[in-house]
Design a protein around this ligand. Structure first.
Ligand SMILES: Cc1cc2nc3c(=O)[nH]c(=O)nc-3n(C[C@H](O)[C@H](O)[C@H](O)COP(=O)(O)OP(=O)(O)OC[C@H]3O[C@@H](n4cnc5c(N)ncnc54)[C@H](O)[C@@H]3O)c2cc1C
Length: 435
């Protein structure tokens, strides 16, 4: 066991030594594992434990306290070497071969990493958003494969540029333009904003359109952020102070032909195909945050005494925790079922989902994104609340969970946009069902 108080760098210690020590990453992982051991398959459980083992050693070896002065971007290469940036796919095209991969494997990876450090987990999630389109559209072009390898192995961070200052939810009516040149390259001009990792990323997936406000004329590009015409400054989001988000001014940025992942007319389709994994990824993140907050609050409530009793024994605390715990467990089960079914279909159809199945999954992905981010908002707040001052001060990671849970309903399409998508799905279902 490490020394009490070494787990996190804080201004003043408010929590007693014993409780602080019991809130160790090891104990929080034990709590998670004891919950999931009967639910997970041996393969899922073993992989979860192997990522946890790495995180435990990594935290200890590098004396990581998760305090405000740590730069989470410095950890990316080490996690990349272990194959822990993403497990959504196997990357045999760049000689990266995993024994275990797919939606379930990635769920397990994320759970372990989120309990280790939730801001780090979210940052690497944004790199995955850059990986997925290159994986789908590399067409064996060497420069794309090189970028893919760097991102997957943690040699570089990635970002995705969809949102613009004047086009957020309305992501298909973009104002950033792309103009095709005689040699097949494109010149990009426009403004992007709120792009996670952008100031620290080497590779950016960027969307633009041949005609402003015309979704049918969109294209998708792979951009090296060292190219001339890329101008990026940081947008600071106080709820995730360790993450670097960008605002980019693209000024006559030339994208060579081999970096065009989807030409004019293909961008919109590529944008939508990325939305299922993105929303499921956010849902996995949100449910992981619930477990991160719960593991703190449950350990704390079993130790903290008031009126000469452990506070868990007071119904106001214990019953509130059971409600949060039940809802988190049930949604975890639902999400796991989705991931299992996704993996099965992926295998059955040789790695490319048929259009009708992938369309049905759009609604499921929105349902999970909507439901888990709403749950995370409740669970993280209530867990901090049940820990009283201890949950709100800087002594534990509870306030990281509280903070990060506040932004999940906005990222990857707001709550109202998910509801809009779901209402359209209900319209389709009505048409399919009622004669
Ligand atoms: C921490 C963070 C990370 C992000 N990371 C990325 C990233 O990596 N890449 C990227 O491209 N973008 C990223 N974003 C941007 C994010 O996707 C957008 O903020 C989001 O889509 C909302 O767009 P907006 O901020 O312009 O809000 P707006 O679209 O202006 O929405 C404002 C409000 O109006 C509501 N609204 C809008 N239209 C409708 C409608 N039709 N019906 C009902 N309500 C509506 C919204 O729900 C919202 O509540 C990130 C944002 C944040 C905060």
């Amino acid at each position: 066991m490490s020394e009490p108080g070494k787990k996190r760098k804080f201004v003043t210690q408010a929590i007693n030594d014993e409780i602080l020590e019991k809130l160790s990453l090891k104990n929080r992982y034990n709590f998670l594992n004891n919950n999931l051991m009967s639910i997970l398959t041996p393969q899922q459980f073993n992989f979860l434990k192997s990522v946890q083992k790495f995180c435990l050693r990594y935290e200890k070896k590098n004396n990581i306290t998760h305090g405000p002065d740590e730069d989470v971007y410095n950890w990316i290469p080490d996690f990349g070497k272990e194959g822990y940036i993403t497990r959504a796919h196997n990357f045999e095209m760049v000689d990266v071969n995993y024994d275990y991969w797919g939606a379930c494997a990635d769920f397990m990876r994320y759970l372990a990493i989120d309990l280790f450090d939730t801001q780090f987990a979210m940052g690497s999630g944004a790199t995955v958003l850059a990986i997925n389109p290159i994986y789908d559209h590399h067409d064996n072009v060497p420069v794309r494969l090189e970028a893919l390898k760097e991102l997957v192995t943690g040699q570089a961070a990635g970002c995705i540029l969809i949102t613009e200052p004047e086009r957020g939810s309305d992501a298909v009516h973009q104002l950033t333009t792309c103009t095709e040149q005689e040699d097949g390259s494109f010149i990009l001009n426009g403004d992007k904003i709120f792009n996670t990792n952008a100031p620290r990323a080497k590779w950016a997936i960027t969307y633009a359109t041949a005609e402003k406000n015309n979704g049918n004329m969109m294209a998708q590009f792979l951009v090296n952020t060292s190219w001339e015409g890329w101008n990026c400054e940081r947008v600071f989001i106080p709820w995730v102070p360790k993450l670097y988000l960008g605002r980019e001014k693209l000024v006559n940025l030339r994208v060579p032909k081999e970096y065009v992942l989807g030409g004019v007319g293909k961008g919109r389709e590529h944008l939508f195909e990325g939305l299922i994994p993105e929303r499921i990824g956010i849902a996995v993140g949100a449910i992981s945050q619930c477990w991160g907050a719960l593991s703190h609050a449950v350990i704390y409530a079993n130790l903290r005494k008031q009126f000469d009793q452990e506070i868990l024994k007071f119904q106001g605390v214990g019953f509130t925790l059971t409600d949060l715990w039940a809802r988190t467990t049930n949604l975890t089960l639902g999400l796991l079922k989705f991931c299992e079914s996704y993996d099965e279909k992926f295998e059955k159809f040789g790695g490319k989902l048929p259009k009708n199945i992938s369309q049905a999954m759009v609604a499921s992905a929105s349902q999970f994104k909507y439901h888990t981010t709403s749950l995370s908002k409740d669970v993280c707040y209530e867990c901090a609340n049940l820990m009283g001052g201890a949950g709100l001060c800087d002594n534990t990671m509870t306030h990281d969970y509280l903070n990060i849970s506040r932004i999940q309903e906005i990222v990857g399409g707001s709550r109202q946009i998910q509801q809009y998508i779901m209402s359209m799905a209900l319209r389709t279902l009505y048409k399919m069902s009622v004669m």
